[in-house]
Every structure is written in structure tokens, then in C-alpha cells.
Design a protein around this ligand. Sequence first.
Ligand code: PMP
Length: 392
Amino acid sequence: GKAICECNTCYGGTNCSKLLPHCMVDADSGDPIFLEPYWIKNAARSAVLISGWHRMSYEFSDGSLISKVLKEHIRNVHAHVGNAQTDGKYIIFGVGATHLLNAAVHSLSSYGSSTPTKVVASKPYYPVYKEQIEFFKSDNYKFIGDTTMWKNDGSNVTYIELVTSPNNPDGQLKKAILQDQRQNVKTIHDLAYYWPHYTPILQPADEDLMIFTLSKFTGHGGSRFGWAIIKDEDVYKRMLTYIDMSTYGVSRETQLRVLKLLKVVLSGNENKNAIYEFGYNTMKNRWIRLTNVLSQSTYFSIQDLNPQYCSFSHQLRKPSPAFAWLKCDNVLGNIDCYDVLKTFNITGRAGSLFGGTDLNRYVRLSLVRSEDDFDLLLTKIKKLVDVESKGK
Ligand code: PMP
């Protein structure tokens, strides 16, 4: 009969149980479906039902576009995890971190100055920073590339430094580089991955402008929800104006759903740490399996990150980042690592996208997708390592 299910691209047959030998495994997108089993376990408690008459208005009863209750829950989550200091700071919501990144760059840039604010990020950096800024073509700011290139600029041009910690793609914990040396530098800390699933928590981040996203925390990328924690009132007001002008706030249905999700996260069934334990154990397991397979290889390697003391778990922990930053060794000649993996049916994200063609020895592999996707990825990498050892 006809297949009624929609199979993963690597499976076929009437009930999607047949592994297709030459299929491409998708290790490209960073969609954190690995958290789905946690939500299946909490299916009833996390469900929301919204009647037709409910939440129709643009605004909350206090005239704001931001739910006060949800803000309180976000503060409680940070207090529990110890990953961000929110006391005395403002919080605003955006349609994902993507929306807030532009709101932040816009708000920190100097208006009407003859020289546009220079925006920098440390290589390898999340490609969207550059893509977004170039797409919007503002007169107020320009993306000018790698932070270290601008360390010794003696001019008094305003800089915005984007700091991603842990970093996408390589999982490194990062610090601002320019700020220590100059007054005219503003920083945006993108802390999308600063959760126990991916990294030891060193201390509560206490930066001027921090951005978080629900996507990498609970896995709900499709809800399009992020928040910014802001110290300075003027910056906060400018960001609010940006949100008013661009979207007039985040959908109230989204805010309602996020509230429900955070209530489940915070209460836990018996255990208030359930989502973090599930998140960390799943990622840790994947890293152990991947590291084991690649330990047999001399041509292919991944980043090795040092264990650090995690104040959340009270353990010495190795990082378990969302992505493997895989390197093809120079002995393979002048090749593009992305193409090498393609010939083994693995679609990653080309290293060169993260800051220049000199990164084409690298490819980013997503480790946060479903268990099936990860198993397939590992099968293909095993094959790659097998072929390598036969060739020696
Ligand atoms: N910042 C970083 C470092 C990311 O990796 C991502 C998602 N890939 C985002 C921001 C955007 O997240 P959101 O889904 O909230 O737009």
C-alpha cells in the first residue's frame, strides 16, 4: 500500500523502517529537537488551550506588550540556573534572538554620525550577524569582520562587539576583547547556548546587554521567542522603540505558550532540574560516542574543550556543545572539508561561512537534532573513518 507516514529522508518502505543506503544525513541546521523526549514526557502538563475570545487585545491590561508574569518566570529560571544576573535590569521580548540582535545593534549604534558604528565578532562567528547587518544596509552601522583585526584601532569610532558564549560554531566560552582597552566600545553578549545542556555554568553573566533564546533552552525554535536583559535605561527604551516599530511586540499566544513551558521547567515533576539533566545527559552521550569514533581517525578531528567547574551541577564538567567543529587535516591536501563530508553523504555547514575562506578546512556539524539524525550521522562518520583506515 501507500506509505502514510512522512519518513525521515534516510528511511523508506511502508512504515519508514528501511534505511536507505545512499541518503544524505542532515547535520546542517541547529534545530534542537533533541529536547523533544522531555516534552513528550511532560505532554499533558505543557499543553495550552486558547479559546477564541481569549487574549484578543494588542496589549496587556497595563498597556504593555510584555507579560509581567512571564518576565518574572524568566528571572526565576536565571536565578535557579545561575547563568545570568537579572536584578535591577530591564527585560524585553523579541521574535527570537534573531529579532533582538538587530534591535540591539540598532540601539547601540550612533545615530546620525558621519562615521557608521563598526560592528565586529570574533572568528569563527555565527554567520547571521554579518548577513543580517548587510541585508538591512543601515547608514548607522557596518559589519567589518573579525574583532582581533581592530584591536589596535586608535581612532574614536564607536564599536559594537558581538560576543557569543558559548560560541557558535566551536563551543568556546568567550569574553569581550575590545572593551577593556577603549571607552567607545559597546558589547552584545549572545548567550543562546549558556545553558547546562551545552556548557559548565561558570558564574551568572552580568553584562550590559545579554540575549537569550527559547530555541536553545527548551528546544522550541518554532515559537520564535527570545529575551534581552538590559542594564541601561536608555538602551532599553531604544530597543522598545525598535520592537514597537518592527513588530509591535511578540504574539500573545507565543507569550502564553512560553509561560506554560517555563512553568513546567520550573516546577519539575519531582525534580526541578529535570530538563537540565535530560539536556546535559543527552548531549554528553552524543559527545562521548562521537569522540570515540573520531579517536580512530588521524585525518578528522573535533574541538577538545577542557572541563571546568560548573556552579549549577557542582561538578567538574566537560562542555557538550550544540555543534562539532570538525577539521579536515592538512595531509588531505588543499580541499574543502565540506565537500569531503558531502561525498560521504553528510551535509554540514561549510566552515568558510563563519568568517572567511581560510576556514574551509572546517565544517560545522549539528548535534542537537533528533536521536535518529544523530545515529545516522554517527554511522556515516564511522564509514568515513573506516575508509580512512583501509587507505592507510
Ligand atoms: N544566536 C546564536 C548564536 C544562534 O546560534 C542562534 C540560532 N541558531 C540564534 C542567535 C537565533 O536564535 P532564534 O531562534 O532565537 O532566532
